[in-house]
Design a binder for this molecule. Structure first.
Ligand SMILES: NC(=O)c1ccc[n+]([C@@H]2O[C@H](COP(=O)([O-])OP(=O)(O)OC[C@H]3O[C@@H](n4cnc5c(N)ncnc54)[C@H](O)[C@@H]3O)[C@@H](O)[C@H]2O)c1
Length: 250
């Protein structure tokens, strides 16, 4: 699908991968609405790229519904959803403090998995009302998974489960929404230079970065955004998860 004047929603757009994706979509001429729980940083990005800023906790059903309504009022029903909301998590299952609190896991699943399902169902409902484009499409939904869905480290069982759920829903969702002309695709980043990663590793030339086969550095959010733009434009990409990791297998 071409992006010129298309209505597009990017979540998690106040920071990192989502912010850069919003910049790229605006650059391609899309009418962008940006969503994030961090209202202040969201406003700054929105002003930078001329997008509609919609502060929202996307794991909440009513709030997410209201946010998509606002996006629809600003730009028309979205043909593109890029869901970048998520957060990392690394904590032992068992430590001297006792077992990992179950609420830790619950909150992580709310942010990484439930928000993904929530935005998918709401965006698909909107997309289904649209006319098909010249490529026969009504819309595209792109999720952010993680290589940790496949090969997470010790301490990442909770994070891996939250991202594994995202990976698992992509094929059945693409099968179900395909007849409506809606594609569903996941991107699984390796290690990208964003605040999420810098919270655990500040050193850009660290052993962690050098463990990536090539290039020996963290990914640039622009490289994620470039792939998202390609996936939107290439109608054959559907029902799959694309790893973007420099060959990293952790
Ligand atoms: N950076 C990496 O190396 C990496 C690797 C693999 C996967 N990912 C995934 O990529 C996605 C983006 O990560 P990032 O590195 O850009 O992180 P980031 O922290 O820079 O951005 C995430 C954004 O999501 C927002 N957010 C969190 N919870 C929210 C909620 N409930 N409602 C609305 N907004 C909310 C935050 O305010 C933040 O602006 C995440 O899903 C993350 O798990 C990142």
């Amino acid at each position: 699908m071409d992006l010129w004047q298309r209505s597009a929603v990017v979540t998690g757009a106040a920071s990192g991968l989502g912010a850069e994706t919003a910049r790229y979509l605006a650059e391609e001429g899309a009418r962008v609405a940006v969503i994030d729980i961090d209202a202040e940083r969201l406003q700054a990005i929105a002003e930078e790229i001329g997008a509609a800023a919609i502060p929202c906790d996307v794991s909440n059903a009513a709030a997410a519904e209201a946010a998509l309504r606002q996006a629809r009022e600003a730009n028309g029903p979205a043909r593109v959803l890029v869901h970048c909301v998520g957060r990392g998590h690394s904590r032992p299952l068992v430590s001297t403090d006792g077992p990992m609190p179950l609420d830790d896991f619950r909150q992580l699943v709310e942010v990484n998995l439930i928000s993904t399902f929530n935005m998918m169902r709401l965006a698909a409902d909107d997309m289904a009302t649209l006319e098909k484009t010249s490529s026969g499409e009504r819309g595209i939904i792109i999720f952010t998974a993680s290589v940790s869905a496949y090969e997470a480290q010790s301490g990442e069982a909770a994070y891996a489960a939250s991202k594994g759920g995202v990976v698992s829903m992509i094929l059945p969702a693409a099968r179900e929404l395909g007849p409506l002309g809606i594609r569903v695709v996941g991107v699984a980043p390796g290690l990208f230079g964003t605040p999420t990663l810098f919270a655990i590793e500040r050193n850009l030339d660290s052993r962690l970065a050098r463990s990536i086969p090539f290039p020996h550095r963290f990914g640039d959010p622009a490289e994620f955004a470039m792939l998202v733009v390609h996936v939107i434009k290439n109608v054959m990409v559907n029902g799959t998860v694309l790893r973007l990791d420099g060959g990293l297998h952790r």
